[in-house]
Design a protein around this ligand. Structure first.
Ligand code: NPW
Ligand code: ADP
Length: 275
């Protein structure tokens, strides 16, 4: 029986070395929303841990601490009370997710800016994108080329109001150039574009992913690979493919909580094909 061709990013997937320790496997942070909106961050954090980041920490507003603490085990928790405190808490992180259920308010904008000033590579999703509707340049000017934006089409239009008229691939390519960052335009066939012109269209999507919180899981998966120092474009391509493969493996009845639990099977299949 012939095996399906391995995805070309497979060779750069981070496998742990024999002498690795948890900090060397990558430190990931996920910014949570307020006390009533913590689920999205917990989904992203769990996905980041499952995909191999060695240490995962949720950074939360102080009021969310009592809600999140009883709902996590391996994941750690640090409260922050201001954007400066957030940047301090993120100082030694390799990658950070901000946006899922973060809140559409000035604090989220300030938090994105503060994180952009740290050494961490960013995945900006959901509210972290929406808060820049009307002034996207304020976001683009603080991004680095290894940061990743993960809009669905609604969020994409908020930052790039007319680009989708060119078609999804051209729109994503132009958006990546304008943003100076990797753009993951989510949808049936997710388009991944880098500011240097690299572009990829994912081919294993499944409508079982159309369920609340699945994008939060994807953000955590991408950032989890970036925390392990995978190139951001490859991390996005790999995570989008594995996210869909996890959903396909589960099938009917899938909810976002199921996705992180399917990641080990997807990773194991990739690993066994490679050895
Ligand atoms: N467990 C949790 O805690 C979860 C928390 N979450 C958090 O909740 C917050 C609000 O989330 P949300 O879904 O209401 O915001 P958002 O996606 O902007 O939708 C607003 C409008 O945008 C549009 N639109 C949406 N999708 C589209 C698409 N693919 N393509 C095109 N258009 C699309 C659509 O407009 P319509 O088409 O209805 O006119 C829709 O009504 C946010 O912080 C999020 O992170 C979620 O992550 C879920 C799990
Ligand atoms: N019909 C579909 N076919 C394939 N993938 C889909 C479909 N609908 C949604 N998805 C995927 O599901 C995820 C939804 O993300 P998002 O809209 O941000 O949801 P949420 O904000 O609830 O987390 C994205 O990865 C998107 O590509």
């Amino acid at each position: 029986m012939t095996r399906p061709a391995l995805p070309d990013w497979r060779t750069t997937l981070p496998w742990p070395a024999v002498d690795v320790h948890k900090h060397a496997r990558g430190r990931l942070g996920v910014v949570s929303g307020k006390a009533t909106q913590t689920g999205a961050a917990r989904l992203a954090a769990r996905a980041g841990l499952r995909i191999g980041a060695g240490v995962v920490r949720i950074l939360c507003p102080p009021d969310a601490t009592a809600v999140i603490a009883p709902a996590i085990e391996a994941i750690m928790l640090t409260p922050f009370g201001s954007d400066e405190a957030l940047a301090e808490a993120a100082a030694n992180l390799d990658a950070v997710v901000i946006g899922p259920a973060a809140g559409i308010n000035d604090a989220t904008q300030a938090n994105v800016r503060a994180l952009a000033g740290t050494g961490a590579a960013l995945v900006v999703d959901a509210d972290g994108l929406t808060v820049f509707e009307g002034w996207p340049e304020d976001l683009f000017e603080v991004l680095d080329r290894d940061d990743v934006l993960t809009p669905h089409e609604g969020e994409f239009r908020r930052l790039f109001p007319v680009l989708l008229e060119q078609g999804r691939e051209a729109a994503a390519a132009e958006a990546a150039k304008r943003a100076g960052a990797v753009v993951v335009l989510k949808g049936v066939a997710t388009v991944i574009a880098a500011p240097d012109g690299r572009l990829s269209v994912n081919d294993n999507g499944t409508p079982w992913l159309a369920t609340a919180g699945s994008g939060d899981v994807l953000a955590g998966m991408i950032a989890g690979l970036m925390a392990q120092r995978m190139d951001s474009f490859d991390a996005a391509r790999a995570a989008v493919w594995m996210h869909a493969e996890a959903a396909r493996g589960f099938g009917p009845g899938l909810i976002a909580e199921d996705l992180p639990e399917r990641i080990p099977a997807v990773l194991a299949a990739l690993y066994s094909q490679a050895v």
